[in-house]
Ligand binder design. Sequence first.
Ligand code: NAD
Ligand code: MG
Length: 385
Amino acid sequence: MSEGASVQQVVILGATGSIGTSCLRVLAAHADRFQAFALTAHARWRELALQCHEVCPRYAVLTGVQAEDVDRSAFPTTTEVQFGRPAAEELVRHPEVSTVVSGIVGAAGLHATWAALEAGKRVAFANKETLVIAGPLVMSLAQRSGAILLPVDSEHNAIFQALQSGRHSEVSRIILTASGGPFRDWSRERLEAVTVEQALAHPTWDMGPKITIDSATMMNKALEIIEARWLFDFPASQIDVVVHPESIVHSLVEYRDGSVLAQMSPPDMRLPIQFALSWPDRLEGTSPRMDFTQPLNLRFLPPDPDRFPALTLGYEVADRGGTSGAVLNAANEVAVERFLQKGLRFTDIPRLCRSILDAHTFDSAPSLDELLRLDHWARQEAIRW
Ligand code: NAD
Ligand code: MG
């Protein structure tokens, strides 16, 4: 969209989450460009009602509570409140909507993201799980419908930016940075005894609980390797991971001549969200800037798959494709939930995932229905594990 273009009508899926609230701040900073058309949330209706008073969307959707459990008068009279997943899926298809922000966590985000892609919208997606589950199907759907898929995940947003400097065939590798999480330097013995509270304290990013645990196990990086594999169409062998504790360089692209292009900025999700909304334009930024008046040390360290075996799973699944992403994702979602409920040890998360992945019947070219069936199967297995 260029100057003078009309205001983009935006649906935010998962508005009450970490991505959703950052997105609302971007919309508020650029009210001349973006208008919230609809906000969705799962259960936290009071928070959603407050957000509706701030941005006055035409619709609000709650997917995890019934109408009788919600005080309708908490919402502005100008916002129509709807209930259930089909309502959210219908709204993302609305002809007035141009942009959908996919900020739901987990496989639960797949259906509405799929609906937005089918309807040919611009989809700013944070919900990496959708690509992990069904990468090839998602990419071909977007191609058929003309939908534009723009990554919000800071690493993929950085790679997307760095890829503008050369051709796909000129890239030798893409390099995902990882903060390393709170246990970067911990020994295997210490990792066995990690508590929920320790795992929820991320050193550089303030995010929802699921991705925070994923960052601590480095499963988040595994999911991001798979996300990058499908989104940018590079084989796993061209995707590297480097630990970068400061979270300033958000990822890098190396070209065949040896040039490495990095995207840098202080860690703040408003920047990648805004870029995904405004691309190909760049708007005035509202998040903190790099301050080069102070000394700055940046470290880059090799990852350790022995202490963080999730990384190996990520490479394996990115390489294998087929049904393996759906199975890994579902197993991990259940494992994280069980860990958060204190029913599983931290180091059991990748062990559980490995065991379910190895037990499943692999298919190299599954349909979406088959993937959803396997998602269900893997969850049942992971509950029993
Ligand atoms: P969060 O837990 O803070 O928020 C999740 C949102 O999804 C909430 O609005 C919640 O109401 C909604 N939701 C939860 N379960 C749902 C369900 N079953 N059906 C419908 N809606 C549901 O999560 P988050 O940290 O904002 O992460 C959202 C997504 O973005 C994840 O896929 C995550 O991996 C990705 N992501 C997040 C960050 C970050 O900084 N938080 C960075 C990169 C990628
Ligand atoms: Mg990320």
